[in-house]
Design a protein around this ligand. Structure first.
Ligand code: GLN
Length: 293
């Protein structure tokens, strides 16, 4: 039996809503748009399009994967972040909208550094993104500020493979990358370092794992209190920052106080917390300014 896009969307939307998915109709639209290689807008305007049997079967398979809990980004293999399309596999975390804030504040800092300096000098400004995963933060910054010297690192070889694909697709070539436990194997010093490290407590990660979203534990689990990675990263980054350089990290919404304390104990100044659109503390910023301290 032949079905139209509209009737399939309604049926799938109902199934997903009944199963408790909050974004049921959006999910159904993204999945059907992916099957038909069309935009969501096309589907909404052409809801009378009749699907071929094979397309129908593929859509049903995707809806069932979603019903089983898998993240949409893994089913369609991509996620939009900062207006760029990133390839996503279960080796990397699905980029979150709030992480765009990390990119925004990094750009604000770097743009100040770049003010009034020549193109030649811009090429000497070094910026590094660790715990890069899909590369969404580091690659977005490189795409926005193509002259500066950007590198990325991750402890996971599989994540770096995904990241390399994204570098080529978005920047046009591979930027330097390091397989490294945080900054251990990353050479040199930097004007800016960023990280969206795993910061979820082990207990909460266990609960997330049960949801079968397929996200990698290594990208989420930050130890008993979720703060383990910051304990190493913050002092390590301080050593690798140049005078006047900044460290920006994403944090869990209840971690601002502890993370700010780590920044200040390490010697950072100008420590600032930025909130996300939901009003949650999300980014911590600090500068290495030895002259003042
Ligand atoms: N914000 C993510 C979540 O709550 C976690 C991201 C991370 O650990 N870096 O699922």
């Amino acid at each position: 039996m032949a079905f139209t896009a509209g009737s399939l969307l309604r049926e799938a939307g109902r199934k997903l809503a009944d199963a408790g998915f909050e974004s049921a109709s959006l999910d159904a639209q993204i999945l059907l748009a992916h099957v038909l290689k069309r935009s969501r807008e096309f589907l909404l305007i052409h809801s009378d399009v009749v699907l071929q049997q094979q397309e129908q079967a593929e859509f049903e398979l995707f809806v069932n994967r979603r019903l089983a809990g898998e993240a949409i980004a893994y089913i369609v293999g991509e996620k939009e972040f900062f207006n760029y399309k990133f390839k996503i596999t279960p080796s990397v975390l699905v980029p979150r909208p709030e992480t765009e804030l990390l990119v925004e504040h990094t750009l604000v800092f770097l743009q100040k550094v770049l003010q009034n300096i020549s193109d030649e000098q811009q090429k000497t400004i070094r910026y590094h993104d660790t715990c890069t995963g899909s590369g969404c933060v580091g690659i977005s910054v490189k795409a926005m500020l193509p002259l500066i010297d950007v590198s990325v690192s991750d402890i996971s070889k599989d994540a770096l493979a995904v990241c390399k694909t994204n570098m080529v697709a978005i920047v046009g070539y591979e930027i330097p990358y390091f397989e490294s436990n945080l900054l251990d194997a990353v050479p040199g010093t930097f004007m800016c370092i960023t990280a969206n490290p795993p910061y979820v407590s082990t207990d909460y990660t266990n609960m997330l794992m049960e949801k079968k979203l397929k996200e990698p534990r290594i990208a989420l689990d930050g130890g008993v209190d979720g703060l383990d990675i910051y304990r190493k990263l913050i002092p390590d980054a301080y050593k690798k920052l140049q005078e006047g350089g900044a460290l920006l990290v994403e944090i869990g919404e209840e971690q601002a106080l502890s993370v700010c304390e780590m920044y200040s104990k390490t010697g950072f100044t100008d420590i600032t917390v930025y909130k996300d659109l939901a009003g949650h503390d999300r980014i911590v910023f600090g500068v290495k300014n030895e002259v003042l301290s």
